[in-house]
Write a protein that binds this ligand. Structure first.
Ligand code: DC
Length: 335
């Protein structure tokens, strides 16, 4: 006897969605494990507490699995659990190495056996991309890489060394010898520059503008992109930045481009900086944001741009939760 596990998600709690999802899941499990229907002794289902419209066991019977003893149960409501999810366990009279199967949104439940997913979230400063990327990575329990932090670290080094930022040669020479490391401490990204943790130091408005300036230079971009690809290779992750969908990971499975009006973005940045103890002027901040957008959009290499296949979301009038749900819905629809 072997036990095969599987899970899938639906987009809406309707009988049709449940029937289609259960049929697909069971048929795929049969196919992948090369089992015959009469070898299945029993199938047990559990569904999350937001599913009420149909019994998965009934859907299985209708899909032709009536020869096995079928059973469904509902799971308790668990904070942060994947929504609209149906899990299954098949007891099969066969001696094989089971191939468990996680489909659609449930792929994120078993990253060890499911395919890896890369999510690119690009957009201008204050569009909400880092908050969303962080929350998404946390929900899916996958890695989050804030690529802006890397350009910020380059800028910090240049400012500390008193380099003329308008001199491409000087910046290039400096970046050539810089040791930049991204580490994860208790799930939080930390940026280390020449061995020192600079994660907080790189968050000032001065560094924001300087990061935008040094990130124009091809040498800096190529070096950072190479590092970003290295970190993202082989694992499921969410990267946020300006050029992830167009340049760093052009084949990312999911691409989003977030925007918001300059006023909303400046207001968000103001609140963020004030919460860290900085005193900021709204008008000045707005002007800086617009200037930074211009600089990021108009550079020659890998500018801030929406990838053709990216989904555009204007977050101006949306809450963080609304943006997060919109993105998760798109992801779950596709996988
Ligand atoms: O996302 P952020 O505000 O931390 O980024 C700071 C600057 O770094 C931004 O103005 C432009 C640059 N940057 C970039 O050119 N490409 C990225 N992928 C991320 C940031």
């Amino acid at each position: 006897m072997v036990v095969i596990r599987g899970a899938t998600t639906i987009n809406e709690d309707t009988p049709d969605e449940i029937r289609a999802a259960v049929k697909e899941l069971l048929e795929q499990i049969e196919l992948r494990n090369m089992i015959a229907r009469d070898e299945i002794v029993s199938i047990v289902f559990s569904s999350t507490s937001d599913i009420h419209s149909y019994y998965p066991a009934k859907a299985a019977r209708e899909a032709g699995f009536e020869g096995a003893s079928l059973f469904s149960a509902q799971e308790p409501e668990i904070d942060g659990s994947l929504k609209l999810c149906i899990r299954t366990m098949l007891f099969v009279e066969k001696n094989i190495q089971p191939k468990h199967l996680y489909l659609r949104g449930a792929k994120v439940l078993r990253k060890d056996i499911a395919e890896k997913i890369n999510v690119a979230i690009d957009g201008p400063a204050g569009s909400g991309k880092s908050t969303i990327a962080k929350a998404l990575a946390n929900d899916y329990k996958i890695l989050y890489l804030d690529t802006g932090a890397m350009y910020r670290a380059c800028a910090l080094k240049a400012l500390e060394k008193g380099i003329d930022l308008s001199s491409e040669c000087e910046v290039e020479e400096l970046i050539r010898h810089l040791t930049l490391e991204v580490k994860y401490e208790e799930g939080t990204q930390k940026t280390y520059l020449d061995g020192a943790d600079v994660s907080d130091k790189i968050r000032t408005p001065e560094i924001s503008m300087a990061a935008s300036t040094v990130s124009r230079y091809p040498f800096v971009r190529l070096k950072m992109a190479e590092k970003q690809r290295e970190i993202a290779s082989g694992i499921s992750c969410v990267l946020d930045g300006r050029d992830i969908g167009t340049f760093v990971l052009p084949t990312a499975d999911f691409k989003f481009f977030l925007t918001a009006s300059p006023e909303v973005r400046a207001e968000r940045r103001k609140r963020e900086l004030e919460s860290k103890g900085y005193t900021v002027d709204f008008e000045q901040l707005k002007e800086e944001i617009v200037r930074r957008d211009q600089q990021d959009m108009n550079r020659a290499i890998a500018p801030l741009k929406q990838a053709e296949d990216a989904i555009l979301i204007d977050t101006s009038a949306m809450t963080i939760e609304e943006v997060l749900q919109a993105i998760k819905k798109k992801i779950q629809e596709k996988i």
